[in-house]
Design a protein around this ligand. Structure first.
Ligand code: DWN
Length: 395
């Protein structure tokens, strides 16, 4: 039984930055969110066709986020030390930031965005430029790969719409004692922080440990460890293996996570109705603040042309009249316009921040990194705006 609790309105493809001549043909869909009473899973009501989001023009390069390079290096080192896998596969290998920590004779990638699959092929890693399905898992086996000791995926499994198909494909190719490790934004952290902008087309689901525990079990898999991470505004790293009745006791730390979520009310629809009210209030506050700044002729720009800011700008009706431009370090986004709101995206080096009065944190998940880099702006009297956890101005 799926119940709708949030309507974020008409939205474009979150990572489809455009040229001006593409405005007229831009694709939009209705972004609504539902709670499944049976599995406790939170998902989009209507999914967007994967090919519209993940294709050869995909612009999010993991390698352009310096903090994420460190994160994936440390993750690989930890997995190597604790589990010593002999065969490794990454699903959603992007431009190879995780893969490059493993030798290419026993590691392969799966990446439907052809531009990135080519990058990792060129790095020497066999990469399947396809979506993750049971059919692909069979093809990989037929190509002579043995079952994998480690299957890893970061910010990818929550993009996959059919989770039963996804997990059954994992089960098909995970070695007997192998582990499947994946990390994605945490629903609990999203609800706690009011960070509704984690919701956009790519995030077909926002995972709680509770829902994953239910769905993995249904698919003959067992969640045996959870690491709570600070990346991407609060994520969980989930460790999974084949179910085995003899050893299927739930470890204490997993139990603690389930308990914490239960105490928060993650299994109750009412929790989501309260969240929806908070989201509406966040919109009202942000619109009011930006309109007041406009009336007093203050200049505002945004840092980080994120998928998250696509949700915020389109939900709140924010355009170039309220936020003059967005700076982003990704060359593929620069010179383009933001999805739906059509705000120009520029290179950070091309603007003098001191010409602006306020900076909106489109990449609020990198708040420390950005405010640290932009100390000068603060010293010159500039102020930051964030909407997480509440709409706030700070310096
Ligand atoms: O799961 C996903 C995550 C991992 O990445 C995808 N569905 C899409 C994407 O989401 P996002 O766009 O919300 O991710 P980030 O990591 O919050 O994006 C940060 C953006 O900000 C990048 O385009 C780089 C840019 N940036 C910047 O301009 N200056 C980042 C930093 C740290 C900076 O100082």
């Amino acid at each position: 039984m799926k119940k709708e609790f949030l309507d974020l309105g008409r939205q474009p493809i979150a990572n489809k930055f455009l040229r001006e001549d593409e405005f007229k043909d831009e694709f939009f869909y209705n972004l609504k969110v539902v709670f499944d009473d049976d599995t406790k899973l939170v998902s989009l009501k209507d999914f967007v066709k994967p090919e519209l989001m993940f294709n050869d023009d995909y612009v999010y390069h993991t390698s352009l986020s310096v903090p994420m390079i460190k994160h994936f290096k440390e993750t690989a080192e930890m997995l190597m030390k604790e589990f010593n896998p002999l065969t490794v596969m990454e699903i959603g290998s992007n431009d190879g930031v995780f893969l490059k920590n493993w030798a290419n004779d026993y590691t392969i990638g799966v990446e439907p965005c052809g531009n990135f699959a080519k990058v990792t092929e060129d790095m020497g890693y066999q990469t399947y430029a396809e979506f993750w399905t049971t059919e692909l898992s069979e093809k990989i086996k037929n190509d002579g790969h043995v079952d994998f000791d480690l299957i890893y995926a970061a910010n990818c499994i929550c993009h996959i719409q059919d989770l039963d198909e996804c997990f059954s494909a994992i089960k098909n190719i995970l070695s007997k004692k192998g582990i499947f490790v994946f990390e994605d934004p945490s629903l609990l952290r999203m609800l706690e922080r009011g960070s509704y902008d984690q919701i956009y087309d790519e995030h077909a689901h926002i995972f709680s440990v509770t829902a994953l525990d239910n769905i993995l079990r249904k698919n003959g898999l067992i969640l045996f460890r959870v690491d709570n991470l600070s990346v991407h505004g609060g994520s969980n790293r989930i460790y999974v293996r084949h179910a085995n009745i003899l050893t299927d006791l739930i470890p204490e730390f997993v139990r603690n996570n389930l308990q914490k979520e239960k105490e928060f009310g993650i299994d109750k629809f009412q929790t989501y109705e309260i969240f929806a009210e908070r989201v509406e209030k966040s919109k009202e506050d942000l619109c009011k603040l930006l309109s007041e700044l406009k009336e007093s002729n203050k200049k505002v720009l945004s840092i980080g042309a994120t998928s998250k800011s696509t949700t915020v700008f389109n939900y709140c009706g924010i355009d170039e009249s309220l936020i003059e431009c967005i700076t982003d370090t990704t060359p593929d986004k620069q010179g383009m316009y933001s999805p739906g709101s059509h705000i120009p995206v520029v290179d950070r080096e091309s603007v003098n921040l001191n010409d602006y009065d306020y900076v909106f944190l489109g990449a609020w998940n990198f708040k420390e990194v950005i405010t640290d880099k932009e100390k000068d702006f603060i010293e010159n009297g500039g102020k930051f705006i964030t909407h997480v956890p509440e709409v706030t101005v700070f310096s």
